[in-house]
Design a protein around this ligand. Structure first.
Ligand SMILES: Cc1cc2nc3c(=O)[nH]c(=O)nc-3n(C[C@H](O)[C@H](O)[C@H](O)COP(=O)(O)OP(=O)(O)OC[C@H]3O[C@@H](n4cnc5c(N)ncnc54)[C@H](O)[C@@H]3O)c2cc1C
Length: 664
């Protein structure tokens, strides 16, 4: 049997009429790739292991009711997703989605909901400051800390150890951040991505905040679907793919992928048994990372020499990745519950990190929804559910919801006929096989790009775990990686046949604030933020005399110093942004000249030279030692500065240095 081998770029060959492309995985990443490639004339076959398309964006139909993995939030900045929805599927966003200005928070025992709005205008900023989530000064600090992180000039390569900073590490390094502000960041990250702030990469959170920032242009925080994911997105997308000639096999698992004579060969297992192996010109693996690694490494008993890992051993490192299951329960009531607001509600302080969405207010076209409330309840910390088995876990979640929202008769167990819940329509899912990728602080170093594995010119990767500009595991990240894989495949096909098939595949342009704008805003607001931090500290000590702020004994003394230091480092970063020339050798030269001058002065001082004409006394032992030390320090500093002057530092916004090679 021919073995897997690396393929160098070969001289142009006659192009096959329609190159055959296999896409393994029918989630949104795989389907986005299928859409673009079929539009360019490739013959695309999609293999999806489950009965329905969509992966984490799929719906399961039970007794005629669609239950989504989760009713997703579609952020306004998902440029590539919206292009597919509006231009390829031809739908109007406002018809199928409900805009969301922000999220609501409900504290235990409270009767009113607190609003956290998208701070895109002055009025929404003001509403956030006075929202009551934290005191006004701490809200100033919270919002400033988001701006600070968004503006922070991380180095060009977050795979470097010193650049691997988690969100808490970043916050701890800021002199103005308070414990309560850090808790709100932790709450946001855990609720949305099931990741605490002590494992979330500061750079990843920064990417997310930068995409969100739209000040002063008003725009919604996100959009919620007015129906199920199957009905509104997956079915129309499947219809579109069918019209484009894409072959879709659902309920069909790819159990092995071998490279035979340089071509990908798939072994697929359909519901009706194992099918014959099929060879393709190209393959895109668009499964979650775990399934991709299994295909790339093979199983015991399979020929290891035909596996991807034989030519790309780095793939094995992807086993570092983590993911999380977010259990969800759809609760259908027998009646309408009064007073549940529209949109996403976070139950602050709940041990399971519960959030709830009333879908009966969104799916208004469904007659079934008009007469009842239907809540989707998600537990972002599934480990906190103190029960086993689907019904017991579902009921434990509903019990905790009931403590925050005691507006219905709970009953005593799942299925209790005396409860207000319509159990036959309600549905719990553990989501064990629909897991959220956790892009924790060290994962970026291992995350591949769409054109990996680099050693194989006809295998590509897609999925939210791959590197993308969206970064955080989201619909947009998955779509971007699908398009990037399609783009890389189209380019590889053009390289081997000397002709590009169809228009080049492109990604939608992103409108992100530049670093200079963010740094300038930070510089302007910095004194107010430090002032607000002092205000918060003062209010707390007045309200709680003698109380301790852990770890901040010298806080009032240090605050002006850290404010000054922060101001100067921000001003310096802004200067680097505005005049990139000073980044280069001239800066190091200036530093070197200053240092040499300082060392000269020190040496003169050490030699204790008296005025001109005075007899020169012999240098003391101390002066000789100091002089030697200063000379050595000078030489070391000079060497370091000369080295720095040689290598230009990377631009703060430059793409991360690739660990993976470019495809041949
Ligand atoms: C509970 C939850 C809530 C979320 N909420 C949001 C949100 O509000 N907003 C947001 O933007 N994002 C959200 N996300 C993230 C978003 O859903 C994902 O980032 C995105 O859907 C991932 O798409 P994908 O195509 O990369 O992977 P997937 O959706 O995982 O698709 C991969 C597909 O590959 C298939 N597959 C696996 N192995 C094989 C095989 N051997 N052969 C054939 N097929 C195979 C799987 O069955 C699956 O269908 C959420 C995710 C979860 C789990």
């Amino acid at each position: 049997m021919a073995k897997a081998r690396s393929r160098k770029a070969s001289p142009a060959k006659a192009a096959p009429a329609r190159p055959e492309v296999a896409i393994i995985g029918g989630g949104i990443a795989g389907l986005s790739a299928a859409l673009r490639l079929s539009q360019r004339g490739f013959a695309v076959t999609v293999f999806e292991a489950k009965p329905e398309l969509g992966g984490n964006m799929s719906s399961t139909n039970v007794h005629g009711i669609d239950h989504d993995v989760y009713p997703h939030m579609f952020c306004d900045w998902y440029a590539n997703f919206w292009t597919i929805f509006e231009q390829d599927l031809g739908f109007a966003r406002a018809t199928h989605f409900e805009p969301q200005d922000g999220v609501k928070l409900l504290e235990l025992g409270a009767e009113t909901y607190l609003d956290l709005r998208n701070p895109s205008t002055l009025s929404t900023v003001w509403e956030n400051l006075t929202s009551g989530i934290l005191s006004v000064p701490e809200m100033i600090v919270l919002m400033f800390s988001m701006l600070d992180l968004a503006a922070h000039p991380f180095g060009g390569d977050v795979t470097d150890n010193l650049e691997r900073i988690d969100v808490n590490g970043f916050l701890y390094s800021r002199g103005y951040v308070t414990e309560d502000v850090a808790k709100v960041h932790n709450y946001i990250l855990t609720l949305v991505w099931s990741m605490n702030s002590d494992v979330t990469a500061a750079k990843t959170y920064q990417d997310f905040l930068r995409h969100f920032s739209s000040f002063p242009n008003q725009r919604p925080l996100a959009w919620l679907l007015r129906g199920s994911l199957r009905q509104k997105i997956m079915q129309p997308l499947a219809d579109k793919l069918r019209d484009l000639g894409v072959t879709v096999h659902t309920d069909t698992m790819v159990t092995a992928l071998d490279i035979i004579d340089g071509r990908p060969r798939l072994i697929v297992e359909a519901r009706n048994g194992v099918a014959a192996p099929q060879a393709f010109d190209h393959a895109i693996i668009a499964t979650p990372a775990g399934a991709m690694i299994r295909l790339a490494m093979g199983a015991p008993g399979e020929d290891p020499a035909t596996k991807i890992v034989a030519v790309e051993p780095r793939i094995a490192q992807l086993q570092h990745f983590h993911d999380a299951a977010i259990p969800v329960v759809d609760i259908y009531f027998k009646k309408k519950l009064a007073g549940v607001p529209q949109g996403q509600i976070g139950l602050t302080g709940s041990s399971m990190m519960l959030s709830v969405i009333d879908i009966s207010q969104l799916w208004e076209t469904s007659s079934m929804m008009r007469e009842r409330t239907a809540l989707v309840l998600a537990a972002s910390d599934g480990f906190a559910i103190p029960a086993v088995g689907p019904e017991a876990r579902g009921f434990a979640m509903i019990e905790q919801l009931h403590r925050w929202l005691p507006i219905f008769n709970l009953g005593t167990h799942w299925g209790d006929p005396d409860s207000d819940i319509e159990w036959a329509m309600s549905h719990f899912r553990a989501n064990d096989t629909n897991r959220l990728f956790i892009d924790d602080v060290s994962s970026w170093a291992f995350r591949p790009t769409a054109s990996d594995p680099a050693a194989l010119s006809n295998i590509f990767l897609a999925g939210d775990y791959c590197q993308s500009s969206a970064d955080m595991a989201t619909i947009e990240a998955a779509v971007q990686t699908g398009l990037l894989a399609a783009q890389a495949l189209q380019a590889a096909d053009a390289r081997s046949h000397g002709k590009m098939r169809g228009e080049p595949i492109t990604l939608a342009a992103e409108q992100l604030d530049g670093s200079a704008k963010l740094l300038a805003a930070k510089l302007a607001l910095l004194p107010a933020a430090y002032g607000a931090s002092a205000w918060a500290a003062l209010s707390e000590s007045l309200a709680n005399p003698g109380g301790e702020r852990p770890g901040t004994e010298n806080y009032p003394l240090l605050l002006p110093l850290s404010c000054t230091l922060d101001w100067w480092t921000t001003a310096y970063s802004l200067a680097l942004e505005l005049a990139p020339g000073i980044k280069s050798a001239s800066l190091a030269d200036a530093g070197k000249a200053t240092l040499l001058k300082a060392v000269d002065l020190l040496q003169d001082f050490a030699r204790h030279q008296p005025g001109r004409g005075d007899p020169r006394p012999p240098p003391s032992e101390l002066a000789t030692t100091f002089s030697a030390f200063a000379g050595a320090a000078m030489r070391a500093a000079e060497a370091a500065l000369t080295k720095a002057a040689r290598g230009k530092p990377p631009a703060p916004d430059a793409p991360y240095k690739r660990r993976w090679r470019v495809k041949p």
